[in-house]
Design a protein around this ligand. Structure first.
Ligand code: CAA
Length: 298
């Protein structure tokens, strides 16, 4: 199933086709046929595309401003795992529409849930699966990144923003709090006072310039250029040796989890481990021979 996922063309959403509901997922007769014929994998709530060595995931629930329903996140996780398992892919970009990256978790889907149901099913727990992905994930954020949308962006490794991007954690206005990392990752990204202000008021949002100045995002570009610009950076990352890219990601993420001494030890072990790779030999030899390195990801 996963092997059949990759394609050089955008896969069409199933909503445009006749659907047969099988449990939580909707599959279409057209989908089964098309998959068999072309090797594409189609999804209901996202579009997927490969551009060179970059996998591009576009959230695609335009009428709901890409509200993150449970099934959408199942699909995002599946697409990410597929890219992670594909040797031809070196990095992934997640984006939404020009109006909304994602306007948060799906309020209509969760409004009637009872505590015991959320607790027993570990509601939203599956969102965190994307933090297990080894390859770098870049977020290209246009428009609203609110609540879970902001949290999804912060689960990515790099965030680029379009000029009209808006970041916020409005959950308090719904009688809840951020539930997918907002109280933890936002503090680390923008500092305690600004994070508290955003989370406790629910209405102090960051525009793209503010997000850049606080370090939440690393670049702001015109909305229409955002995806291409983000893919360009992803391509640069994907052109490096994959073992070193993935270990670099792991080492940086370690800094959020462990004390400095343990993080430094982890970093040195990974650095030393890379001397067991062909890419280290190639990278350093290429430097000495004054030529471009040709990494083989070995
Ligand atoms: N869930 C479900 N539906 C949503 C949604 C959400 N988070 N956000 C927007 N929509 C739907 C709206 O209900 C509306 O649908 P209908 O046409 O059927 O009424 C459609 O998207 C368009 O939305 P608006 O008409 O509201 O568009 P707008 O341009 O006037 O406003 C907005 C845009 C400011 C983003 C506004 O939609 C909004 O405030 N959305 C909710 C934002 C929010 O509170 N997010 C946090 C969710 S909770 C969460 O994420 C928990 C967590 O930590 C994981």
């Amino acid at each position: 199933m996963l092997r059949t996922f990759f394609s050089s063309s955008i896969t069409k959403p199933l909503t445009a086709q006749k659907t047969i509901h099988t449990g939580v997922r909707a599959f279409s007769t057209g989908f089964v046929l098309r998959q068999a014929q072309t090797g594409d994998k189609s999804y209901t709530h996202i579009l997927t595309e490969t551009r060179g060595k970059v996998g591009l995931i576009t959230l695609n629930r335009p009428k709901a401003l890409n509200a993150l329903c449970g099934d959408l996140f199942v699909e995002v996780n599946e697409a990410l795992r597929s890219y992670d398992n594909n040797d031809a892919i070196g990095a992934v970009v997640i984006t939404g529409s020009e109006k909304a990256f994602a306007a948060g978790a799906d309020i209509k889907e969760m409004k009637d849930k009872a505590f015991i149901e959320t607790y027993k099913s570990n509601f939203l727990g599956h969102w965190a699966e994307m933090t297990e992905i080894k390859k770098p994930i870049l977020a290209a954020v246009n428009g609203y990144a609110l609540g879970g949308g902001c949290e999804l962006a912060m689960m990515c490794d790099i965030i680029y923003a379009g000029e009209k991007a808006i970041f916020g954690q409005p959950e308090i206005k719904l009688g809840v709090i951020p539930g997918a990392g907002g109280t933890q990752r936002l503090v680390k990204a923008v500092g305690k006072s600004k994070a508290m202000e955003m989370i406790l008021t629910g209405s102090v949002n960051l525009n793209a310039t503010e997000a850049l100045s606080l370090g939440l995002v690393s670049k702001v570009v015109p909305a229409a250029e955002l995806v291409d610009e983000t893919v360009k950076t992803a391509e640069k990352i994907a052109s490096m040796g994959q073992p070193s890219v993935q270990m670099a990601k792991e080492a940086v993420n370690k800094s959020f989890e462990v004390p400095l001494s343990a993080g430094l030890r982890w970093e040195r072990i990974l650095f030393q481990a890379l001397f067991g790779t062909a890419d280290q030999k190639e990278g350093m030899t290429a430097f000495v021979e004054k030529r471009k390195a040709n990494f083989t990801n070995q």
